[in-house]
Design a protein around this ligand. Structure first.
Ligand code: AHR
Length: 497
């Protein structure tokens, strides 16, 4: 059996975990909205036509913030189409995904849904086909109490109280040639700066996120962030990161090493943020909003009828190995919680999502639902800096990949310590010795693992077998404990004082 060691100490702290690190994303894409969170006539639909079975699972998943309405969709969206009496709302060609947008769900419905789902709204504005003027109008419509044309328009639409949306994305992936209205870094940096300025003049309490690169491999990565932040440093609070991972080559050792790619992406963006801060002699840190991350490769190029309404697109069905990588990615985000303040699992329902529905039918939890749910429920408080001594391996694209990827969180409010770890070894159990320095009195009370499943095993309607199983609790002796981690496993140990 292989051995590894993790040392945790009460005072070795990476940082406070911003609860918005457990966010997700709903785009007007495929069946995310229509047939996902919203379905008039569904047996579980409430008075707003929000599917109760879906809202229930979103709450169980403990999603803290949801980005909306896109994604690529937002770059051609007129927010005015989605407010006011439903019978007056226009259906439009939706150019990002080639479907028809009926606009029967819009800004007010989303703000209402967020309340139902106990989550916060993160709103994106269109800086593709539109600009600062429409962006500031949307802030006024949503957040101004009353007495102006747009705030009174909202009130006339039945929403007396402002929605109070605090977090705003300045467009989406504006570097990508596929994006409607894509821009050079200079063009985008100027527009984003002016949009953010006007939006903050409208409501000084909001925070804004500028677009970083749409993926780290894009040619302009680095130059994009530097130019955009040089222009937007004074007004922006965050810069976005997007990245999706896949196992197209069917190489599990290389696949599970891809959290190293996320790690290096985060480090590079942090360096650029700090370079700009230094260059400006600035006082404020620009923090990171990793507002699109997930596994995305199963669905490939799905064929669907052009201009249809809510076609089934990007409906990836996730396997056990995907849940293991999602676990590693969550650990990576937590390891950078001093700078990654917001992160969104993309997406939430039906479209590359942890929750799947049948239109008119039931729901199920995908494999990736479980590591996210456990991290978002119990990975709160502070992240402790783990000193890990692990065996390593080399794979096709990576060297020195630690077999054990782990993190611990300490929640002073609940007096709980939680350890999350993945054993990436394909064959070996690993005996992990955990040393608890200055953490006397913590006793294990829940130990679960996702282990022993087929790598390609999936869940389905009526079958969510791929999920954590309860394991016997380890004993704590002389401030240390041992976990025997099965090969290819996601593990969570909770301790309480
Ligand atoms: O999440 C799916 C798509 O991926 C989003 O619309 C876009 O922002 C990204 O490229």
């Amino acid at each position: 059996m292989k051995k590894a060691k993790m040392t945790l100490a009460r005072d070795y702290i990476i940082g406070e975990i911003d609860k918005r690190i457990y966010g997700s994303f709903i785009e007007h894409l495929g069946r995310a909205v229509y047939g996902g969170i919203f379905e008039p006539g569904h047996p579980t639909a409430d008075e707003n036509s929000f599917r109760g079975d879906v809202t229930g699972l979103v709450k169980e998943l403990n999603v803290t913030v949801v980005r909306y309405p896109g994604g690529n969709f937002v770059s051609g969206y007129n927010w005015e189409d989605g407010v006011g009496p439903v019978e007056n709302r226009p259906a439009r060609l939706e150019l990002a995904w080639g479907s028809t947008e009926p606009n029967t769900f819009g800004t007010n419905e989303f703000a209402e849904w967020c309340k139902k789902a106990d989550t916060e709204c993160m709103m994106a504005v269109n800086l593709g086909t539109r600009g600062p003027d429409e962006a500031r109008s949307l802030v006024e419509y949503c957040n101004h109490p009353n007495g102006t044309y747009l705030s009174d328009l909202r009130r006339s639409h039945g929403f007396e109280k402002p929605h109070g949306i605090k977090l705003w994305c300045l467009g989406n992936e504006m570097d990508g040639p596929w994006q409607m209205g894509s821009k050079t870094p200079f063009e985008y940096g100027r527009v984003a700066t002016e949009a953010s300025k006007l939006m903050k003049l409208t409501d000084p309490s909001i925070e804004t996120v500028v677009c970083g690169s749409s993926y780290p491999g894009i040619k302009t990565f680095g130059e994009w962030e530097t130019t955009v932040l040089d222009l937007a440093y004074d007004t922006a609070g965050y810069i976005s990161l997007h990245s999706y991972y896949g196992n197209g080559e069917n190489d599990i050792r290389n696949y599970l090493a891809k959290s190293l790619e996320m790690d290096s992406f985060i480090r590079s963006v942090v360096s650029i943020c700090d370079y700009i801060k230094a260059k400006k002699h600035g006082k404020k840190d620009i923090n990171l909003s990793f507002d699109e991350w997930n596994v995305w490769f199963h669905s490939g190029e799905t064929k669907y009828e052009k201009w249809s309404k809510a076609p089934s697109i990007l409906e990836d069905i996730y396997t056990f190995e995907d849940a293991l990588l999602v676990g590693c990615l969550l650990i990576t985000l937590l390891r950078h919680c001093d700078r990654v303040k917001i992160a969104c699992l993309a997406q939430l329902v039906n479209v590359i999502a942890p929750i799947m529905t049948k239109t008119g039918g039931g729901v199920f939890r995908q494999t990736i639902f479980f590591p996210f749910m456990q991290a978002s429920s119990y990975g709160r408080g502070k992240a402790l800096l783990p000193v890990i001594d692990s065996p390593k391996y080399d794979s096709k694209d990576f060297t020195d990949v630690p077999v054990i990827e782990a993190i611990a969180t300490l929640n002073d409010e609940t007096d709980e310590l939680t350890i999350f770890c993945v054993n990436k070894s394909t064959d070996d159990d690993v005996l992990l010795n955990v040393s608890l320095l200055g953490l006397d009195g913590f006793k294990p009370f829940e130990y679960t693992a996702m282990e022993g499943f087929g790598l390609k095993q999936t869940n389905d309607f009526g079958n969510d077998e791929v999920k954590p199983k309860i394991k016997p609790l380890p004993a704590v002796e002389k401030s240390s404990l041992e976990l025997k981690l099965q090969p290819l496993s996601w593990n969570m140990l909770r301790l309480k004082k």
